[in-house]
Design a binder for this molecule. Structure first.
Ligand SMILES: *Cc1c(COP(=O)(O)O)cnc(C)c1O
Length: 440
């Protein structure tokens, strides 16, 4: 067993972390070394417990080490850990597809597996493009995305992304897409009027734009987008990688407005947050455009080595079964109300807080603007860590995204820790240890 400092030392020398300015980050506050999880807690190698306040980056649903998911993976491990979906199939992939379609918006009929949200989006984009080409409309090759969109970090997904900080560097490598103002159906309509005939698909994060800082769309917007796509005969891609599996209070965000997209991307919560697995769901209409004689080359030439990995699919099946067996969505409803109340009472009233945005179990707490170098969001997260909660900000927006399974007591504690941490980091910034830390 290695000590935390030995692991941190090797990490500092050899590991490159995602979305992380490596210069200085280990010195400022060494990374926690997570040893294990249990329920909605994570434990570091020194045995300290932390509430997993962001569901291990928005994916954990039923908690860590849930006995049902653990044993499903173990049982599958005793059969086979991996076998390809190219030319072969296996029970976990078949069974998960069936279960997924049973809870997905009505009309979705086909499941194409991959292993991350970004790949699920790449697949949706390529399917939409190829769909039109094979229907004899190759001119429909453009995509409309929303301002501040985030769909993952591979180049196709970045091409329909619109967060300057993350995406502008790669502009020369990207294809051009059109940007609609999020939440503004009239603006989308004006784009479709001008460019509809060249557009393959509109891609949205329904209800909530997560990575943009939990930006909310007005009620009815997703439905309006669906209607506009129908009017201009454009496909709708709904990226439910963040919103799927109960996050907004229903199984999928599209369910809130009775919408069936033509393509739906799921990832993060698909396995309950256990293993890398994603899927792109689509309709029989889209699927049919890919059918043809072998020498017509209408095949969808796309596939990742670990596509539909059996261990991951077994976890996915177990997670969907838990939604039924533990009545996860029903049990969530009172917690959503409790969370709203707590946010209003404890967070919105803080002088350092500009706005609180909540949709279901997706929360963005926008702090009053501070100089970027102050890294106020980061300092709130560090303060929360010292009090026993893991949270991760998006710039100056503090994100709360607890596992759906969190207890009411832990939900209260998470909000209390967040409130105290915001108060500490926003009031004490000109003196004391935190001030010194910010200056470093
Ligand atoms: C996280 C996220 C993705 C990317 O998923 P990865 O598994 O990180 O590739 C795509 N879309 C949305 C809306 C996301 O929140």
């Amino acid at each position: 067993m290695h000590t935390a400092s030995a692991l941190q030392d090797v990490d500092r020398r050899h590991v490159w972390h995602p979305f992380t300015q490596q210069l200085g980050w280990c010195e400022e506050e060494p990374p926690l070394v997570i040893d294990r999880g249990n329920g909605t807690n994570l434990y570091d190698v020194d045995g300290n417990a932390y509430i997993d306040g962001v569901s291990s980056l928005w994916c954990n649903v039923h908690g860590h080490r849930h006995p049902a998911i653990d044993s499903a993976i173990r049982a599958q491990l005793d059969r086979v850990a991996h076998s390809t979906m190219l030319g072969l199939t296996h029970e976990p992939a078949v069974e998960l597809a069936r279960k997924l379609l049973a809870v997905a918006p009505r009309g979705l009929a086909r499941v194409f597996y991959s292993e991350s949200g970004a790949t699920a989006v790449e697949i949706a984009l390529k399917m939409a493009f190829q769909f039109w080409a094979q229907r004899g409309e190759p001119g429909r090759s453009r995509f409309i995305c929303l301002e501040n969109a985030y769909h993952g970090d591979t180049l196709g997904a970045v091409s329909v992304g619109a967060i300057e900080l993350f995406h502008s560097m790669y502009r020369p490598l990207l294809f051009d897409s059109l940007r609609a103002r999020a939440g503004d159906a009239d603006h989308l309509e004006s784009l479709l009027e001008r460019h509809g005939a060249q557009t393959a698909a509109v891609i949205i994060e329904p209800l909530v734009q997560g990575a943009a800082g939990m930006l909310l769309q007005p009620d009815g917007y997703v439905r309006q987008v669906r209607e506009l796509c129908d009017a201009y005969d454009v496909l709708l891609i709904s990226d439910e990688v963040a919103t799927g599996f109960g996050r907004t209070g229903r199984m999928f965000a599209c369910d809130q407005e009775g919408v069936t997209p033509d393509l739906m991307c799921v990832g993060k919560g698909l396995t309950g947050g256990y293993l890398p697995l994603a899927a792109t769901l689509t309709t029989e209409r889209v699927y049919d455009a890919f059918l043809g004689e072998f020498d017509e080359f209408k095949t969808f030439f796309h596939g990742h080595t670990y596509t539909g990995n059996p261990l991951a699919c077994a976890a996915g099946i177990a997670s969907l079964e838990l939604f039924q067996r533990e009545h996860t969505l029903e049990a969530l409803q009172p917690k959503l109300e409790l969370l709203s109340r707590l946010l209003a009472q404890r967070i919105a009233v803080l002088p350092g807080v500009a706005e609180v945005r909540q949709r279901g179990f997706m929360v963005g707490i926008e702090l009053i603007e501070q100089p970027v170098a102050d890294r106020i969001g980061h300092r709130v997260a560090l303060a929360a860590r010292r009090r026993g909660a893991i949270i991760r900000p998006l710039g100056d927006v503090i994100v709360l995204m607890p596992p759906l399974a969190i207890s009411e007591a832990d939900l209260r504690r998470l909000v209390a820790i967040t409130a105290t941490s915001i108060a500490e980091a926003t009031s004490g910034r000109f003196h004391g240890a935190l001030g010194a830390c910010a200056a470093a």
